[in-house]
Design a protein around this ligand. Structure first.
Ligand SMILES: [Cu+2]
Length: 463
C-alpha cells in the first residue's frame, strides 16, 4: 500500500500553480494555466506506478507528469489550452460541468472534428462558474479514460473562503491483472448490467494515499469520481466532514457527509475539520458493496488551529439561471435496455453492442451519422426533463453545457442544488428542471461508460 505525504496548501497560499493532491501541473502548466496565451497539454502514453508490481505499461495521461494535472482556472478569466495529441488514435477533451461554448464541448461529430494523433486542437473559453469540475476524452472513451485520461479542473473564485489546506482527489479504479498490467477493459455481460469494475482502486493514482493537514484546521477536500464504472457511498471516519458543494455548485444547505452516493462524473466539495490531536488520522471511505475501501487518509499535523466549521463563510453563488416552473415544457426521457442489432463500427471506440437506449433509441456517440436530437429547446425557456429509470441499474446521467435542478423524485429526498449529473436509482422517476440558456447540441448520457458506449446516449438541441 503506497503511503504518500504531499505538501498541503496553507492558508493564504492559494496562488497560481499551487495545489495539493495533483502531480505535474508545475512542470508544464504551473502558474500559466490561467494565462491567456495558449499553453499546451499533451495526451500521451505513459507508465504508471499503480501497484507493488512495478510500472503498469500502456497507461495514458495528460501533461508531462505521471498523473493528469489539476488545472486551475479562475471564474470569469479567459482560459486557453491546446490539446497536443501524442496518442496513436483520435481523441478530444470534454470539460465536464462547464457551461461553455458548444464548439468547445469536445464531442466528435457533434461539436468538433476529432483530433487525430499528431494533431492538436485549441480550446478557449471563459468559465462562468466556480467549483470542482473535470476533463476527459469523448472518443474511444472506455479505453482512454480506463487507461488514465481524466483530470480534475478547479475553477477558483477570488471571494472563496480561505481554508487551512486544500486537497484534490481524483478517485478512480484500474482494470489490472495480478501482475499489475491491464486486462480487458470490459465484459459484455457486465456492460449489460452494472458495468465492469476495476480491480485496483486509487486516489490520485495511488492506493490509499495519506496526506498531512493542519490539526484542528478546515480542509477543502475536492473529490471527483472519475472512474468509468464505480458508484461510491462516501463517509469520513475520524473527522467531521460537511458537504459544501455538489457537482461544482454550492450546496444551498450544508449537511454532514454520511453514506452519500456519487456516481462516475460527480464531484463533492467537503469541509473537513481535522482532529485536534497531532498524529490522528481521518479516513475517507467508500462503504458501498461488500468490500468497504479506504480511499485516502488525512493525518493531523502541528498544534490545533481549533477551527469551527460553523464559522466558515458560504461559498460564492454561481450565476445560474433559475428555472421558471410556471412556464415549463415537460420532456420525457425513458431509460431502457435495448435489443437492437449491433451498431455500426465507429472510429471513436465502438464496443460492438447495443444494450441500452434512451426513449428506445440506442446511440453510442461514435458514428458519423448521429441520430436526431431527442428534444429541441428554445433558448431562454424552462424545461423539465421527466426521467424514468425502469431498469435494475443505477445510472449517473450527465447533461453537457447546461445545469439542472433535480426535484420531485419518487425514490429519494432531494436537497436543493444545481448539478450536471444525476444518479438515478432503479425504478426512480425524477424531474430535472433547467433553463435552456446555452445554444448548441448537448449530449445527455449515462456516465457509466459501458452504458454510454452501448446505447445510453442521446443529445438535445438548444436554438
Ligand atoms: Cu448507466
Amino acid at each position: 500500500m503506497a503511503m504518500l505525504t504531499r505538501r498541503t496548501l496553507m492558508k493564504g497560499a492559494l496562488v497560481a500553480g499551487a495545489y495539493a493532491g495533483g502531480i505535474g501541473l508545475a512542470g508544464n502548466l504551473g502558474g500559466s494555466a490561467r494565462a491567456k496565451a495558449a499553453t499546451s497539454l499533451a495526451a500521451r502514453r505513459t507508465e504508471a506506478m499503480l501497484t507493488e508490481h512495478g510500472p503498469t505499461k500502456g497507461a495514458m495521461t495528460y501533461g508531462d507528469g505521471e498523473v493528469p494535472p489539476v488545472l486551475r482556472l479562475r471564474r470569469g478569466d479567459p482560459f486557453a489550452l491546446r490539446l497536443d495529441n501524442r496518442l496513436d488514435e483520435p481523441t478530444t477533451i470534454h470539460w465536464h460541468g462547464l457551461r461553455i461554448d458548444n464548439r468547445m464541448d469536445g464531442v466528435p461529430f457533434l461539436t468538433q472534428p476529432y483530433v487525430y494523433g499528431g494533431d492538436g486542437f485549441d480550446y478557449a473559453f471563459t468559465p462562468p462558474d466556480a467549483g470542482t469540475y473535470w476533463y476527459h476524452p469523448h472518443c474511444n472513451t472506455l479505453t482512454q479514460m480506463g487507461r488514465g485520461l481524466a483530470g480534475v479542473l478547479v475553477v477558483e473564485d477570488p471571494s472563496d473562503p480561505a481554508f487551512d489546506a486544500e486537497i484534490v482527489l481524483n478517485l478512480r479504479d484500474w482494470r489490472l491483472g495480478g501482475d499489475g498490467q491491464f486486462i480487458a477493459q470490459f465484459r459484455p455481460r457486465d456492460a449489460a448490467r452494472a458495468g465492469t469494475f476495476g480491480t485496483v482502486r486509487t486516489a490520485n493514482w495511488r492506493q490509499s494515499p495519506q496526506y498531512d493537514a493542519p490539526a484542528g484546521g478546515l480542509v477543502r477536500l475536492r473529490l471527483a469520481a472519475t472512474d468509468v464504472t464505480r458508484i461510491l457511498a462516501l463517509s469520513v471516519e475520524g473527522a467531521e466532514a460537511t458537504v459544501i458543494a455538489r457537482d461544482g455548485n454550492p450546496a444551498r444547505e450544508r449537511f454532514a457527509l454520511d453514506h452519500l452516493m456519487i456516481g462516475p462524473g460527480q464531484r463533492l466539495d467537503l469541509a473537513l475539520r481535522m482532529p485536534d490531536a497531532e498524529g490522528t488520522v481521518a479516513v475517507l471511505r467508500d462503504l458501498r458493496g461488500t468490500k468497504p475501501a479506504a480511499l485516502a487518509s488525512f493525518r493531523a499535523v502541528g498544534a490545533s488551529l481549533k477551527r469551527d466549521v460553523r464559522d466558515l463563510p458560504a461559498l460564492a453563488a454561481n450565476p445560474l439561471p433559475e428555472p421558471d416552473l410556471s412556464a415549463a415544457t415537460q420532456i420525457p426521457f425513458i431509460l431502457s435496455a435495448s435489443a437492437e442489432e449491433r451498431p455500426k463500427d465507429g472510429i471513436c471506440g465502438s464496443l460492438g453492442y447495443n444494450f441500452w437506449a434512451i426513449n428506445k433509441v440506442p446511440w453510442a456517440d461514435d458514428s458519423g451519422d448521429p441520430t436526431a436530437p431527442l428534444a429541441e429547446m428554445k433558448a431562454g425557456r424552462t424545461y423539465i426533463f421527466n426521467v424514468e429509470n425502469p431498469t435494475p441499474q443505477l445510472h449517473p446521467l450527465h447533461l453537457h453545457g447546461l445545469v439542472f435542478r433535480p426535484m420531485n423524485s419518487n425514490k429519494q429526498a432531494i436537497r436543493p442544488h444545481f448539478s450536471d449529473t444525476y444518479l438515478i436509482q432503479p425504478d426512480e422517476k425524477v424531474q430535472l428542471a433547467l433553463v435552456a440558456d446555452n445554444p448548441g447540441d448537448w449530449v445527455f448520457h449515462c456516465h457509466i461508460i459501458e452504458h454510454q458506449k452501448t446505447g445510453m446516449t442521446s443529445y438535445v438541441r438548444v436554438t
